[in-house]
Design a binder for this molecule. Structure first.
Ligand SMILES: NC(=O)c1ccc[n+]([C@@H]2O[C@H](COP(=O)([O-])OP(=O)(O)OC[C@H]3O[C@@H](n4cnc5c(N)ncnc54)[C@H](OP(=O)(O)O)[C@@H]3O)[C@@H](O)[C@H]2O)c1
Length: 268
């Protein structure tokens, strides 16, 4: 970050939780912030209603920002949602929806912003994955899969755009206290063979999230990654989660999955 230089940031999911905290933090650092979200909301920064699954809407939104500002330096992809339930009983529409929002939403935003970043030979992109992308959570399997896809996508993208002065990295939050818990779409079609295990698992996760980190602590890591000349490809938030991921790398996969099974899937 150069002092006294103007920076323009676009943040998806800016109406709530991590996106909102990031928008406010960037604003406090003098960055010109454009927050996007699915619904209308009151904001102290520039705001646009923009569905990340709607490519025409994204392109029009980014064009109008670039036409006005002449630059888009930062993109932070926070828009996301959760679903829960067994793989066997998850409705196809719900699976497609979570991929459309979490994975393709991130892809759509990155594709649309790249021409503007390339024009100025500069851009930093932060995509929000999750610790659950590296440590898959049973009964939130599709959520974990979308987050793992984001990590792989971001790594490939970062190498493609490196010669254009563009960086793309991931931030991996662990449990964070936001509106995400209440917005999670629970699949209620699980039958007796899964039912109690799903409810216990998701109940545990909800408790962990509501006792989790503040969105501001995640926003701090996002801002750090945005302002660094050479940010780390993977930025895990919180000591506890860094330790979990380190252990999961060192220990045999079989053991890591056994621990996850005990925590989130075992039969009573
Ligand atoms: N909370 C956690 O424990 C946690 C942990 C790890 C990773 N994450 C990830 O962090 C990111 C932010 O989540 P959060 O916890 O801040 O959740 P949140 O408070 O529920 O915020 C989600 C945001 O995404 C927006 N959004 C949802 N669908 C959208 C769509 N189709 N188009 C545009 N915007 C859409 C929402 O907009 P509206 O309000 O208008 O619907 C909202 O602004 C997500 O990617 C989530 O997966 C969260």
């Amino acid at each position: 970050m150069k002092k006294d230089k103007k920076y323009v940031a676009v943040i998806t999911g800016a109406s709530s939780g991590i996106g909102l905290a990031t928008a406010k933090m960037l604003m406090s650092k003098g960055v010109v912030v454009y927050g996007l979200a699915y619904n209308d909301f009151d904001a102290e920064f520039n705001y646009s209603k923009c569905d990340v699954t709607n490519i025409a809407q994204i392109e029009a939104t980014l064009k109008s920002i670039f036409d006005k500002e002449g630059q888009i330096d930062f993109l932070v992809n926070c828009a996301g949602m959760g679903i829960s339930g067994s793989v066997e009983n998850s409705p196809q529409e719900q699976i497609q929806k979570i991929y459309n929002v979490n994975f393709f939403g991130t892809v759509n935003m990155c594709k649309a912003v790249l021409p503007y970043m390339r024009k100025n030979n500069f851009g930093h992109i932060v995509n929000i994955s999750s610790v659950a992308g590296e440590l898959p959570i049973p009964f939130q399997t599709f959520y974990s899969a979308t987050k793992a896809s984001i990590e792989s996508f971001t790594a490939g993208l970062s190498m493609e755009v490196k010669p254009f002065g563009i960086k793309a990295v991931c931030v991996l939050p662990g449990d964070t206290k936001t509106g995400f818990t209440a917005a999670r779409e629970k699949n209620t079609t699980d039958d007796a063979s899964y039912g109690a295990r799903v409810n216990n698992s998701v109940g545990q996760m909800e408790k962990d999230e509501q006792n989790g980190m503040t969105p501001e602590s995640v926003a701090k890591v996002i801002c750090k990654a945005l302002f660094k000349k050479n940010p780390k490809p993977i930025n895990v938030v919180g000591f506890k989660y860094k330790l979990f991921l380190l252990l999961a790398k060192i220990l045999p996969k079989r053991f890591a999955y056994w621990v996850l099974y005990k925590m989130y899937a075992q039969k009573n």
